[in-house]
Design a protein. Structure first.
Length: 393
């Protein structure tokens, strides 16, 4: 019995011995890397690459962990930075996705321009599907925009790499940040890269622009509107609808300073012209609201007369009974002032009569008729008569 137990024990021990396989070559490289000095660590990485060992990428990932752990030594021991750069380069060559988080961490901790550019270019190849990293890149670019606004220096080369990476991802969540970067106009190169990146963004681009118009800073609203109006990628209905959204948004967010108010009026003017040119009847209501506002601004010497005239012209293209009613009331007011000896502005009067003629709404009949009897110039009275002839009974 004792011999049988001894035999069984021997078999178990021998089996355990044979089951302990020697470490693989990748593990050996990692083990040597762990105990080596920084200079030797770099040589180990280089030897691994030259040996073309299969599946060696975990070694490079481990090297990045070493760099991250020793972040405080990056500026004093340049070989550590070299380890990070070499490892990132090998990860990029292999497109080794599991290392993406460590690549990002190295980007964060090392402010060296070359390291950051290399890391960002590598993320372009290995992090396209990682929403968390994409959001981190968005926030980093946003922070650089803020640094630039404060008048502090930024690394243009790294920012360009960042823009190119976000553009290659095509994630809709990056649209606003890239657009703001473009509008800051850091330099010509960044603007060009932003324009290319914006074209690569996936999703409903119209809605992405509308989001900027609704929630972006004033100057971004203007740029967004102008880009849409000048783009061949949007039809007239889309352009008019976005102009309407812009006008509606700006009417309820005028700003507090005089500069903000003047800029608000300017951008509303762009939207009004776009609506008038396209005869976007859906916007008649918001145009009337704008007309009421711009008259007040004109009286207060905030809005130039041209904004009043352009709004009157736009209302004349609306094919709207409500627009005709509002312009008729305005003509009644001008007639009252004129009858009481107040000086009238002939350009505004003529614009009002011209729009009422285009609209051809019978609601204006009495007001146009009365205009003929008042102390207006012959030009105004003739225009009123022509408008009367165009009314639709």
């Amino acid at each position: 019995m004792k011999k049988i137990l001894t035999l069984i024990l021997a078999i178990i021990l021998n089996s355990a011995a044979f089951s302990q396989e020697p470490p693989g070559i990748v593990d050996t490289f990692i083990a040597n890397f762990e105990k080596a000095s920084p200079d030797v660590k770099l040589q180990i990485l280089q030897d691994a690459a030259e040996s073309k060992i299969p599946d060696i990428e975990p070694l490079y990932d481990r090297a990045l962990e070493y760099v991250i752990y020793n972040a405080d030594r990056l500026n004093t021991e340049l070989v550590i930075r070299g380890i990070g750069q070499y490892a990132i380069g090998r990860i990029q060559a292999a497109k080794y996705k599991p290392a993406r988080h460590n690549v990002w961490e190295v980007f964060v901790i090392d402010t060296d321009s070359y390291t950051r550019s290399l890391a960002m270019a590598t993320l372009r190849d290995i992090a396209a599907d990682d929403e968390a990293i994409i959001e981190k890149i968005n926030k980093w670019l946003d922070s650089q925009n803020e640094v630039y606004r404060m008048g502090k220096p930024v690394d243009y080369q790294v920012i360009i790499q960042c823009i190119q990476t976000l553009g290659s991802f095509g994630n809709p969540g990056s649209f606003r940040i890239i657009f703001e970067t473009m509008n800051l106009a850091l330099n010509e190169a960044t603007v060009n890269e932003c324009e290319k990146a914006l074209k690569s963004i996936q999703g409903d681009v119209k809605e992405l622009y509308i989001e900027i118009i609704r929630n972006g800073p004033p100057r971004d609203k203007k740029t967004a509107l102008e880009k849409i109006l000048n783009s061949p990628d949007f039809n007239d209905a889309d352009k008019a609808m976005i102009a309407e959204v812009t006008l509606n948004t700006l009417l309820h967010s005028a700003g507090s300073s005089k500069e903000e108010k003047l800029f608000n009026i300017e951008v509303r003017g762009i939207a009004v012209r776009a609506l008038g040119e396209r005869g976007w009847t859906n916007a008649a209501g918001i145009l009337i609201e704008h007309f009421n506002q711009v008259l007040v601004e004109y009286e207060r010497s905030l809005a130039d007369k041209r904004y009043v005239i352009e709004t009157i012209a736009a209302l004349g293209n609306m094919k709207s009974h409500e627009a005709a009613k509002r312009l008729t009331l305005f003509l009644d007011l001008i007639n009252t002032y004129t009858e009481n000896g107040r000086t009238y502005d002939e350009q505004i009067v003529m614009a009002t009569i011209s729009s009422l003629r285009k609209l051809g709404d019978i609601v204006a009949h009495g007001s146009l008729l009365y205009t003929k009897y008042l102390n207006y110039s012959e030009t105004v009275r003739k225009a009123a008569n022509d408008a009367l002839q165009n009314l639709k009974w």
